[in-house]
Design a protein around this ligand. Sequence first.
Ligand code: LRH
Length: 479
Amino acid sequence: PAGTAVAAVDLGATSGRVILGRVHEGTLHAQHVARFANDPVRTRDGLHWNLLELYRQALSGLALAERESPGEIASVGIDSWAVDYGLLRDGRLLGLPYHYRDGRCEAGVAAVHARVPAAQLYARNGLQHLPFNTVFQFAAEGELLGLADRALLIPDLLDYWLTGVEAAERSNASTTGLLDPRTREWDLELASSLGIPHRMLPPLIDAGTPLGQLTPEAAAVVGRPLDVVSVASHDTASAVAAVPAERPDFAYVSCGTWGLVGLELAAPVLSEEAYRANFTNEGGIGGTTRFLHNVMGLWLLSESLRHWEPGATDAQRSSRLSELLDEAARTGEGAPIFDVNDPVFLPPGDVPGRIRSWLAERGERVPETAAEIVRSIVESLAAAFADAVREGARLSGRTVSVIHIVGGGSQNTLLCQALADRSGLPVLAGPVEATAMGNLLVQAQTLGLVAPGLDALRAVVARSARIVAYAPRGDGSAA
Ligand code: LRH
């Protein structure tokens, strides 16, 4: 359909895309305009995002969108993975942003905990411990931090390059460890006690805030000074917003590189038990709390494929993965389960080898073939997702009667069925592009094309997406 469109730039840890969306009679029509790889680069000092390339790809995707739909794009919004950032001084980037899988954070964790013990940190920021939380990365920066006068999270940095406006959108700011989950303001006292100058932290804004027009430089590439709007710039926040839930008692799994598993709550849970279970309280749109746990996710599959097929293209790897999943579904019954959340699986490298060692060290059966390893990964992910749903329900005192899985993992039928079986709950799978849909629909709401509120947004997703239902087989005791 023609008419007013909105453009989403959605950057994932392995690929990025530019998608155009149009709302027509309460339904969202999304059209892929560009897709590009996100290949991090290892230099002498560590693993970095190729941010200039991502920015270039975003601009050329928007230029293509503008050529295909001249004059129709009413706004642009950017989301990406969380926690990572660029340091700036006088508006100039100081060094290449690091990848959260770079191993430099350990020293930062020790330094932060020496000043603010882990339990106390959780009581203040409500964030699960992940070694790469922004606050730990800052502590690992060393002297560079003192040179900077600003830190901008990845989508905020790209928004700044696009518009010249420096801001921190709250959903992503909630992953830094420096935001108070109750007030949704920077915890300046915490920043001070960690030696982080307040000037580093930009003014906070909510999803749905217009940022302004493209700079003349960006407009020259795109073809027109498009309007940029802040969306829920943390990809997981956009994905959770687009969970097509029709009743309140749902849990979600936003399954891409990571599996983000949890519940949507009206307020954070900062209990001792939530701390010990390592559940996080991230900010959702409309003032909601994303009470969730990070589970390792499809990374285990994509990184295994990268190990098995070193010279292959993305397309070749994904067709090889489909073959392996088919074979795994036929032959992999009774696959051994490993703890997908073990930090040994975090860094890039020989993931299949690490899985074998993990199982061998514990006297478990060791999978031999690639298909057996794939089945082990899928079953272990499903078991970890089901555990996290149970745990999230227990910690928040809520009942869960359905699990929505969105993102790339929603297309993995083996995974979806295993999740239903292991949780004993019905699983509703889709949409695969939940993140982009959340991004597009927040913009549509900002423009008044969709009624305000999360329920209205979700109703559009429910009407627009293909959703597949999986019923649990057995009684969930497979878990
Ligand atoms: C998923 C994600 C997740 C974060 C991780 C760093 O893409 O944003 O929510 O924990 O990346």
